[in-house]
Design a binder for this molecule. Structure first.
Ligand code: GLP
Length: 240
């Protein structure tokens, strides 16, 4: 498991090994990890190295520590209700997490026929194409690609999309976002998506497509998102 001849740092190898055990379900939320000393003996590495791996996993949300007790496997899948039409920024703040975005791409392009259809505009009409990695407490949760008509939503900039798109649409542009349809499908991360989301290539993800509308039915955004399946679960209340 740990290869001392490898150029890959030992702490990182151990980190990946523990992540693997969590992802395969060999370690489940609430499980206590063996003490640092045991890992150090088992793999013939220093306790410092083990501590470094644990600390990194704690920072990344895989593990948590209980003072004087030990280190445990965390369960922090975000449980996202499907009823409310909320923004990523609102969702994270409601959970006490710090929302963030890493902008991958921001461009005004002529709408393709697919995007034009979704936004009910003319083909080749100007649309913003915005790709952001969405972060919660600096941890990547999702990749979102938004399309918005540049004739409807005016003045979008990189600075604005680094904050909240919904805040801008409602707070600055005075539109009221009214309803949306959302489709959720399962998939696996390709190489680039895995890199952006800091997960293994081939790890499960959820594809979410959202079409959002103003009260009069005008489409305001068309969004394709890729959410980490190890960090998200969806909840809906049902009544019969
Ligand atoms: C969610 C939705 C997106 C929407 C975004 C707006 O993540 N899935 O469709 O564009 O929220 O978030 P914010 O206002 O933080 O930019």
């Amino acid at each position: 498991m740990i290869d001392k001849n490898s150029p890959i740092p030992l702490y990182y190898q151990l980190e990946e090994h523990i992540k693997d055990l969590i992802e395969k379900g060999d370690l489940v939320p609430g499980d206590a990890l063996p003490p640092e000393r045991e890992y150090a003996e088992k793999y013939q590495i220093s306790r410092m190295t083990v501590r470094q791996a644990f600390t990194q996993l704690v920072n990344d949300g895989y593990l948590y520590r209980l003072q004087g007790k030990g280190t445990y496997v965390a369960d922090w899948k975000i449980e996202q209700p499907l009823q409310g039409l909320t923004s990523f920024t609102e969702d994270m703040k409601a959970r006490g997490l710090k929302p963030g975005s890493q902008l991958v791409h921001f461009e005004t392009i002529p709408a393709t026929s697919q995007v034009a259809k979704q936004l009910a505009i003319q083909e080749y009409g100007p649309v913003y194409e915005i790709k952001r990695i969405r972060l919660a407490d600096q941890i990547p949760m999702a990749i979102e690609t938004n399309y918005l008509s540049a004739n409807l939503i005016k003045g979008l900039t990189e600075q604005i999309v680094n904050r909240s798109l919904y805040d801008y649409i409602e707070g600055e542009q005075n539109f009221r976002i009214n309803h949306a349809t959302q489709i959720i499908e399962s998939s696996i991360a390709d190489k680039l998506e895995a890199k952006y989301l800091k997960i293994a290539s081939g790890a499960p993800v959820m594809l979410i497509q959202r079409n959002t509308f103003l009260q009069d039915g005008t489409p305001v955004e068309f969004v394709k998102s890729i959410y980490r399946a190890d960090r998200y679960k969806f909840m809906i209340q049902m009544k019969r």
